[in-house]
Design a binder for this molecule. Structure first.
Ligand code: PXP
Length: 240
C-alpha cells in the first residue's frame, strides 16, 4: 500500500490566525511521525498565509522521515528550496485568491520555464514532483521536464457527487497512474482525500505516496494528532 505524507499546513493556519507561536507545526510533525506518518508535507505559499520560512528551516532539521516541500515554481521558491534542501519538492500552481490548491498545474502553458526549474532543483540534488491532473498531455509534459515524480490531483474524485461520477474519476486516476508509470514516472496522489474515500485510491497499482492534510488535522482536533494519523494509516489499508 502507498505510504502516507501528512500535510501539516493547517496547524500553521491556526497559529497564524493569532500571529502567535502556537500551535507549532514542528511539534505537529513529531506527533505525526509518532502516529506513523511516512513523510511530512508543508506548502510554503508566496503569501506566507500558513507555513513560514522558519518552519521549513526547523523541520528540515527535525523531521525524521522525509520532508516534501510544496511550492510554486517561482525563482524565490527555487532559491529557498536550494538552500533548505527538502527530500523532494512538489511544484504546485498558486493563486492568491484561492482557499486551497484548486487544480493541477498546466505544464503546457510555460513548458520551457518549467523544464528549466526542474533542472535547477535537480542540480541541487532535489527530486521534483509535478502536481497535475490525470491527463495524458500533462503526464507526457511532466516526463519531458525530466521530473522523477508526479502527484495526481484527486480533487475531482473526492468531490464527486454521485457514486457513478466517483467511479468514473477513479478510472481516470487509474489510467493516469498506468500511463505515468509506463512512462517511467513515480506517482503520488493527493487532495481532498478523507478517511472514507481513501481506500479505493490507495489500492490503485503503483501509487507510492498519498499526501493528506485537511481531514487528518480535522480529526486531530477531537482525538489528537497521533491517533488521527494512526487512523489514516488504518484507513489506507482498509482496516478502519
Ligand atoms: N497535495 C497537494 C499538492 C496539495 O496542494 C494539498 C493541499 O495543500 C494536498 C495534497 C492535501 O490536500 P488536503 O488538505 O485536501 O488533504
Amino acid at each position: 500500500m502507498p505510504s502516507l505524507g501528512v500535510n501539516i499546513d493547517h496547524i500553521a493556519t491556526i497559529r497564524q490566525a493569532r500571529r502567535t507561536v502556537e500551535p507549532d507545526p514542528v511539534a505537529a510533525a513529531v506527533l505525526a511521525e509518532l502516529g506513523g506518518a511516512d513523510g511530512i508535507t508543508v506548502h510554503l505559499r508566496e503569501d506566507r498565509r500558513h507555513i513560514q520560512d522558519r518552519d521549513v528551516r526547523i523541520l528540515r532539521e527535525t523531521v525524521r522521515t522525509h520532508l516534501n516541500l510544496e511550492m510554486a515554481p517561482t525563482p524565490e521558491m527555487v532559491s529557498i528550496a536550494l538552500s533548505i534542501k527538502p527530500d523532494y519538492v512538489t511544484l504546485v500552481p498558486e493563486r492568491r485568491e484561492e482557499i486551497t490548491t484548486e487544480g493541477g498545474i498546466d505544464l503546457l502553458a510555460n513548458f520551457e520555464r518549467f523544464r528549466e526549474i526542474v533542472a535547477q532543483l535537480q542540480s541541487g540534488g532535489i527530486p521534483v514532483s509535478w502536481f497535475i491532473d490525470a491527463d495524458l498531455a500533462q503526464i507526457e509534459a511532466a516526463v519531458k521536464t525530466q521530473a522523477q515524480f508526479i502527484e495526481l490531483h484527486t480533487g475531482k474524485y473526492a468531490e464527486a457527487q454521485s457514486e457513478t461520477t466517483r467511479q468514473q474519476e477513479l478510472e481516470v486516476l487509474r489510467l493516469g497512474c498506468e500511463q505515468a508509470i509506463a512512462a517511467g514516472l513515480r506517482v503520488n496522489l493527493g487532495h481532498g482525500l478523507t478517511y472514507t474515500n481513501v481506500y479505493p485510491v490507495a489500492c490503485l497499482p503503483g501509487v507510492e505516496e498519498l499526501n493528506i492534510g485537511h481531514t487528518i488535522i480535522s480529526r486531530a482536533v477531537f482525538v489528537g494528532l497521533e491517533r488521527a494519523v494512526r487512523d489514516m494509516k488504518l484507513a489506507i489499508t482498509g482496516q478502519l
